[in-house]
Design a protein around this ligand. Sequence first.
Ligand code: HEC
Ligand code: HEC
Length: 366
Amino acid sequence: MNKRSRILNKRTIYAAGLALILSFASGCRKDAPLPSKIISCGTPYELELPQNTPPMPIPEDNPMTSEGIELGRHLFYEKMLSGDNTQACASCHQQEHAFAENTKFSTGIDGFEGTRNAMPIANLGWSPKLFWDGKANSLEELVLFPIQSEVEMHESVFRAVRKLQQSDKYPAMFYQAFCDSTITVETMSKALAQFMRSIVSYNYRSVPGIGNELRNEVQKRGFEVFVDENKGDCFHCHTVTTFTTNFKFENNGLNENPESDPGLYAQTGNPDDMGKFKIPSLINLRHTAPYMHDGRFSNLMEVLNFYDTGFHVSPTLSIDLRKHTKDGKPVPRLWSERDKLDLLAFLLTLEDTTLLTNPKWARPED
Ligand code: HEC
Ligand code: HEC
């Protein structure tokens, strides 16, 4: 018996023991579908979070376990989840790019290009809504979108589950994570959601009071520009917290005519939501270019110039940008070129390189 299968056996025995205990406690038979409240039966997993970070809300019916996260990692890198077995979540969410992609739009298995820039994956457990336009309300629900999307993995979730069921490795892994080797769409999405919740990124050296102190004078000045209401004024939306976003949706003036790309409005039908998009985190910007939901800016100076004089006024433009306008046009900020360069230096310190290399989130070996 090789080392791997010994480990597997040990774990299987452990999981089987737990399943037995659970089945006595709940009166359910082995292999019968467990009621979703106690569907998880692995080893409880504790997130390591920095001080001043609110606890991550975890759905009651999907507690995080080491086995669930490990299974989720394998699924995240699993090409069988796509129609022609060529694309995995990780094809577009690449660890070396902070789980985003360095192309403007992503290309799915049929060679079609989408219309959105792939989003980085970190700290999503705190995000009440997901996707640029908020079309998913939980990570569990979100998983079904890319698998079924015609411009992404283009696969039926039921076929994907059948492929996993027929594989050598997955039935045992699902058994370890959920005490049930019969794979379902629900357990597949739960495992992927657990893996994504486990991706936390907080090694901000630079947000005062959260990370260590700013490293040099330039970055300190850049932070001042970020929070100065006459200069950058970025902090109302990209908050000075562990996350650098309040996870809300705002119209930051990308389009003159927001109806052309209605964002959150397409989900809610509320006219106040026209042209609003998810406020992204600013962590690891160095690795996540291009920027904005349509990847229109290839570098951060373009972004700063946009916030200076390039944004458009429309009825739903955020009040935090409207105050920098006059007669329906942006008023240049009271910042110097030097201020902008300092702000740029500060933005680049919002970096957590461990996210890019941590083996916990890397492609599994087999
Ligand atoms: C073909 C490329 C592609 C593939 C494959 C893909 N994604 Fe995405 N992902 C995207 C794009 C593009 C977006 C933004 C889409 C939007 O907002 O409409 C996105 C958005 C997301 C988000 C939202 C993040 C946030 O901040 O709200 C999550 C989470 C995510 N994907 C997870 C996954 C998972 C899990 C898989 C595999 C089951 C996957 N993706 C497969 C391209 C891809
Ligand atoms: C009114 C709220 C608001 C303010 C103020 C604001 N932003 Fe944003 N920011 C957003 C929203 C919303 C998006 C996403 C827009 C989209 O793609 O549709 C965004 C996107 C970005 C992005 C792109 C990130 C990515 O992953 O694509 C960067 C960089 C950025 N903002 C930096 C800044 C800086 C620097 C400032 C201050 C000069 C600032 N923002 C001020 C709301 C705001």
